[in-house]
Design a protein around this ligand. Sequence first.
Ligand code: ADP
Length: 378
Amino acid sequence: MMKSLVFLYPSAPAFLLALQHMRNNRTELFSLMMEEVQRYAIFTISTNGIITTWNKGSESLMGYTKEEAVGKPLATLFPEMVENGHLQEDIKNAIENGQYEHTTLLVTKNKQKLSVKCVVTALWKNDNELKGFSKIVHTIAPQEISDKNREELLSLAGHELKNPITSIKAYLQLLELKLIKKKDTELVPTVSKAISQVDKLNHLLKDMLDTSRIAIGSLPYHDTGDVYLDEFLENLLETIRVTYPHNKFHLHTKRHLLLYHIDRERLEQVIINLLRNAIQYSREKDPINIAADKTSSDILVSVSDKGIGISKKELKNIFDKFYRGNNAKKINQGLGLGLHVAQEIVHHYGGKIWVESTKGKGSTFFISLPIQSSYRQD
Ligand code: ADP
């Protein structure tokens, strides 16, 4: 580069001139870019709040022309920003942290309200002289707004529906206890059935909410600490045995299989989804085997049943969202979401989930979780 410039401008003053020319050109290009950008409003404000530059994006987003904006106090064009304290907050945060990013509501010249994202930057000269502020504003895409609303709606629906379902179950369990005490053998089975239907409802609701969250990439995980998988499975089976007293479950596990930094609830959700399927798609008298072990690199869990099995053709689809096999349609009315959610959780931890099955003979679902991210050897 240098060589070719010296070749073009052989004398030293000519070379310096060329450099100056390049610098001017660069500054001009930079100002032109700022001016011309349409999708982003970019403008600057002096330390006393007067608008000093205003690009085309500012004009198209906020409605004021350059002539109407430059030289005016920002507070005059956007009085709402002063009233709700946002202007003061922007400036305070930008000075304290150098830059301040946030989402806010903007009222345009024609009183339209827009959800926007802003970045306010304090402009310092030589690190000690505050010259003003720049503000970059852009509208939030409708998709982003609807995703946010959907997420809010989902958590609201989740909470609002979960509470009554939990209460209904508690009342039914109380009723069941009272009936057992009174030795009312006629009504006890009916109430037990009602309890298991409530459980089913709860389960479906959870899968539905989680599937929607997966779709917008916001399934929450909480690090609930370390989990000894062997003890965890024993406890889980104890609860399952209460709900399904007529099924036979056998647990085969190595001791001290430690998973750490895992979300206990999500892990439980995966295993329960597999167990529920094993229960639903096999006969009560056929045993269900749960095994846990480790290889040099992974922890392996399997849930095995001797039920209806899955045809070769359908095997490749069963982890898809809303997929229900023909084998299942005859048996129950699921949503085809359990395996999709389980797969998502296992993948979140860098693991794998797969199935081996023979139609008419049974299925074994496997989960492997990598030791590196989930397992610590004692
Ligand atoms: P659902 O059980 O509500 O249909 P899942 O996502 O849990 O949804 O399962 C998807 C499909 O995979 C089921 O419809 C069924 O065809 C098949 N499947 C899952 N587990 C088993 C199993 N243990 N035995 C036979 N088929 C199974």
